[in-house]
Design a protein around this ligand. Structure first.
Ligand SMILES: [Zn+2]
Length: 278
């Protein structure tokens, strides 16, 4: 209670996001130091990080918070948790490593125009070094420590003209958006013809339908139903592909087996990749 009141007061000042950014940075640095030490004995062959080049026989695992675990297990959701997720040297995550691998596989991003919604730090820095990257989010303050120029962007009402971008990245975002179909149509609209979208989501291949309640605003219920306090659904694999196709995209799902060349980069076990083209 006190924490939420304090948060509310801080948010009305200009201090909240800079403080939150500094806090995130301090925690990340501490974590990096601890993990480097803990994983010293595992240095060597096995998995390699495609961001920092470090190799270890195993990476740090990542388990879901207790309140989320039951829904994720019950629905067999692939959601970014499990073994070998976090690089002990640079803290890159399995989902960032997969996206980088897929971008490099399709074509080099050099000089491309990219929209990155809810930018992830490692990926953003790598892309910003070689492409024109515009980042945006509904709460841009949270990401200012990654990109000071980040703008306020609503995925369901993008402020860009038709055919602006070569690539749009919204990595693990659609499951947060009540009107996901509208967001997909907007992303389709701002892409150039032949442009690509990277829209990975948590999903399950073991449920009959997408489980959703788009209007829900109850974090405890959302954890219990969808496995995260700010998610509004769990996608069923095939239904997710159908929604993307309905927005106009050509979609090909590359299975985990088809990504076997990438397994030594410690990507998520069982997760495939949605290849999405306008
Ligand atoms: Zn790394």
């Amino acid at each position: 209670m006190i924490k939420s009141i304090l948060k509310q007061i801080l948010r009305t000042t200009n201090f909240y996001y800079p403080l939150q950014g500094s806090y995130t940075r301090i925690i990340a640095n501490l974590r990096k130091r601890n993990l480097k030490k803990k994983f010293e004995p595992f240095k060597g062959s096995g998995f390699t990080c495609n961001f920092c080049g470090s190799s270890y026989s195993k990476f740090e695992s990542w388990d879901p918070p207790g309140a989320d675990a039951e829904a994720l297990a019950r629905n067999k959701v692939l959601s970014g948790y499990g073994e070998n997720i976090i690089c002990p040297n640079c803290l890159s995550t399995a989902r960032e490593r997969l996206v980088r691998l897929m971008i490099e596989k399709s074509e080099f991003p050099e000089k491309k125009k990219i929209l990155f919604l809810a930018p992830e730090e490692k990926l953003y820095r790598w892309l910003a070094g070689q492409a024109e990257v515009i980042s945006g989010d509904l709460e841009p303050g949270f990401y200012r420590f990654i990109d000071p120029q980040i703008r306020h962007s609503d995925a369901t009402a993008l402020e860009f003209g038709n055919g602006t971008f070569d690539l749009v990245i919204a990595n693990h975002i659609m499951e947060h958006i009540p009107n996901d179909r509208l967001a997909m149509r907007e992303i389709f609209r701002v892409l150039k013809t032949g442009g690509r979208a990277i829209l990975q989501v948590p999903f399950s291949a073991h449920i009959n339908n997408t489980i959703e309640e788009p209007a829900i605003k109850d974090p405890a219920k959302q954890s219990a139903l969808f496995g995260q306090k700010d998610h509004v659904r769990i996608y069923q694999l095939h239904d997710y592909i159908l929604r993307l196709q309905a927005a106009g995209f050509q979609v090909k799902y590359l299975t985990d087996e088809e990504l076997s060349d990438f397994h030594h980069y410690a990507i998520q076990k069982g997760e495939g990749f949605f290849s999405i083209v306008k």
